[in-house]
Design a protein around this ligand. Structure first.
Ligand SMILES: NC(=O)c1ccc[n+]([C@@H]2O[C@H](COP(=O)([O-])OP(=O)(O)OC[C@H]3O[C@@H](n4cnc5c(N)ncnc54)[C@H](OP(=O)(O)O)[C@@H]3O)[C@@H](O)[C@H]2O)c1
Length: 356
């Protein structure tokens, strides 16, 4: 049996995403082969393609942090899963494919009746948002939060989950995302035309309780200025290292996994040295999952339950066939995307628009 898979053979722009056809892998002992129904497309995928994300693997590699798939074949020693069952996983790389083999411990059962694209949005974006809200910031009802990039994948998840947590929310976005931010319960602030620090001072006398900053760089220090004394900035991304989907530095792309991380650490340390009782707290989904895998499982199950109860509704910006991964990267890099882009890896209408 053959499978289609996307590979990156050189670090660089969207043109470096190649479509290959090859023999389908067989599951080894302790592994399950999945037919991938939906794979998420996210900014971390673009950062890895450029070689600058800390998790960037050596070449060649298949991108794709998050997936929802159907159990297709069991390796030796597998118990508790059966062919046809729907599962979710966060392999960090390798999801842009029709079939993938993963260790059983990576798989989390997905309830039936969910849309595959909506379910996959939970695996990276909503877990990130949920853990930052409830584990890093430990938010309480009535608190004020500033969410940067609020119309994006993680940002829109923060708004939906923040509303459930009873937060008063402000969200920076470009004018294209303002309506979505309002619909999700946030007060939009146009980051291209307004100064968010001044806006926060004007709208809240002393500042907000928490800022979620996925933009990175000196932006984190400005976020700190929007805090009330005793507040915290949860820092979690490097959106500012890309412009138009390519490296702002303009340097030829190569594997520089620790460059961004070192700068990130420097800015956080700098923030600690500044006067005022304000904290900068880093968050990483992959490190929390490695250190405490049970929390990842517990939080994803809680989010799948919220989705099943219609308490959350991920925004799907666009669904692309797997072979159009390059267009998906171009679209995300261009900006102005509201919600999550998803690759439908075995046909968009596999089960009635991706319903599982
Ligand atoms: N630490 C973790 O565990 C973790 C997990 C997941 C993601 N991340 C990080 O989270 C960040 C967001 O990822 P994503 O997949 O949600 O990306 P996304 O969907 O592309 O969203 C990013 C959003 O940021 C907006 N934006 C860009 N520059 C901005 C600025 N200066 N001020 C305010 N908003 C701005 C964009 O708006 P326009 O396009 O309209 O300009 C876009 O809506 C990335 O840095 C990613 O690496 C970290």
């Amino acid at each position: 049996m053959k499978r289609t898979r996307i590979i990156v053979t050189h670090y660089g722009g969207p043109d470096e995403l190649r479509v290959v056809e090859e023999e389908c892998p067989e599951p080894k002992t302790g592994e399950v082969r999945l037919k991938v129904l939906a794979a998420g497309v996210s900014l971390p995928d673009l950062l890895m393609r450029e070689g600058v994300h800390p998790e960037t693997p050596p070449l060649p590699f298949t991108p794709g942090w998050d997936l929802v798939g159907m159990v297709d074949r069991l390796g030796d020693g597998i118990t508790g899963f059966k062919p046809g069952q729907i599962v979710a996983a966060l392999p960090i790389t390798g999801a842009y494919t029709q079939f993938v083999c993963l260790p059983q411990r990576e798989l989390i059962p997905v309830p039936s009746g969910l849309d595959a694209a909506e379910a996959v949005s939970l695996v990276l974006n909503y877990i990130t948002a949920y853990q930052m809200l409830h584990r890093s910031a430990k938010v309480r009802p009535g608190q004020r939060a500033l969410i940067h990039g609020a119309a994006g994948g993680v940002g829109s998840a923060l708004l939906q989950l923040g509303r459930l947590a009873g937060l008063q929310m402000y969200g920076t976005c470009s004018s294209r995302g303002a309506a979505a931010v309002s619909d999700l319960g946030g007060i939009p602030i146009d980051y291209q035309h307004e100064d968010f620090v001044e806006e926060m001072r004007r709208r809240t006398s002393e500042g907000v309780d928490v800022v979620f900053d996925g933009i990175g760089g000196t932006h984190m220090w400005r976020s700190r200025k929007a805090l009330r004394p005793g507040g915290r900035v949860v820092v979690y991304g490097l959106t500012s290292s890309l412009r138009g989907g390519r490296l702002v530095s303009g340097r030829p792309a190569r594997r520089r996994r620790f460059h961004g991380l070192a700068i990130f650490a420097l800015y956080i340390a700098g923030g600690w040295l500044l006067p005022g009782r304000k904290r900068m707290v880093p968050y990483s989904i992959q490190w929390l999952k490695r250190l405490k895998p049970a929390l990842f499982r517990q939080d994803l199950i809680a989010l799948l339950d919220l989705l099943q109860q219609h308490k959350i509704k991920p925004l799907i910006a666009q669904r692309f066939p797997l072979a159009e991964a390059r267009h998906a990267h171009e679209l995300l890099g261009k900006g102005g995307v509201t919600g999550k882009i998803v690759l439908m890896c075995n046909g968009a209408n596999e089960c009635a628009a991706g319903c599982i």
